[in-house]
Each structure stands twice: as C-alpha cells, then as structure tokens.
Ligand binder design. Sequence first.
Ligand code: HEC
Length: 167
Amino acid sequence: MKKEESLKRMKVGVGMAILFMLGMSVSLSSAETDHHATHKAEPNLPKVPLMNRMALDLPPAAQEGLKLTMREHLEAIDAIVSALAREDFSKAATLAIVELGFAKHHVAMQREQSATFPPAYHELAMAHHQAAEALGAVIPTKDLKQILPHLEQTIHACVKCHQAFRL
Ligand code: HEC
C-alpha cells in the first residue's frame, strides 16, 4: 500500500516536472518568437538612411573613376589593418597618408574628370581624408590604444558618406 502510494506520488511529481519543463520551453520559445517578431517590426536602421541617399549625377566615365578609387580605398583599409597586425607601423602610416590622405583626393578628382559634386559630398570627402591623415600621424606612436580610435574614425568616415550618397 505504502509503496503504491509513494509510486503514485513519484509519478505525479515526475508529471509535474515534465509539465513545468514543457511550460518553460513553451514560454522560452514564445519569448524567442516575440523577440523575432519585434525584431522584424523594428525599422531596419542601416537601411533607412540608405534608402534616402542622394544620387550623384555623374557621367559614366566619372562613375567608373569613382568606383576605382573606392575599391582602392577598401584595399588600403585592408592593407593598413594587416600592416598593423604585423606591427609594420611604418608601412601602415605610409598607406594611410598616401592611399587615403589628401594626396589621394587629387588622384580621385582627376579620375572624376572635374565632375561637380554637392558641397555636402565634398565635406564628407575632406573629413575622410582628414581622418586618414590623423591616423597616419598617430601610427608612429605604435600605441594601439591611440591608433585604433583613429582607425575607427577613418572607417566611420567611409560609412558616413555611403549612408548619404550613391551613384
Ligand atoms: C565622400 C563620399 C565617400 C567616401 C568618404 C567614401 N566613399 Fe566609397 N563610395 C561612395 C559612393 C557615392 C559610392 C557608390 C555607392 C553606391 O552607388 O551605392 C561608393 C562606393 C564604394 C565601393 C563600391 C565600389 C564599386 O566598385 O562598386 C567601395 C568598395 C567603397 N565605396 C569603399 C570605400 C571605403 C573603404 C572608404 C573609406 C576609406 C570609402 N569608400 C569612402 C562615396 C564615398
């Protein structure tokens, strides 16, 4: 009798535990779906400014010139990060100044065949060259705590322009 009763209690206990665990997993998965739902409902932040980007009205040759410069910019960032990772600070500094600094602006202008740009575009371009020059100036300290914030600002200057303008 006693044995049967304790078996019964155990069964109830196990049953309760299973119910509890089921309940937990249901509430967990519903929390997850809720999360996904709210995530989907949220405006996709990076896409909002991208949709409102201003189109640059450039002739085809100037567009090709701009895209070439841009691909070189990405290669320069890549080369700067790998030089820093190798602790080749002088290479990294030279790349920042030569490939992304004000010198590069003249190369870019030649490729864009004196097409006209909105003043805001020009300002963003100058801010990006300025950030790269500041990065180049700080790299010789070999102090990553100083270098990384400037690298971040240099990359951020790329993103800011991409969020505002398109071809
Ligand atoms: C002053 C504005 C500006 C700055 C600064 C800028 N870009 Fe761009 N970039 C553009 C525009 C405009 C396009 C064309 C984008 C489009 O039409 O969607 C572009 C396109 C690109 C492309 C695509 C090229 C292709 O072949 O289609 C790459 C890669 C790129 N940029 C990299 C960079 C990197 C890396 C930096 C920073 C080191 C940078 N850009 C800074 C304006 C800028």
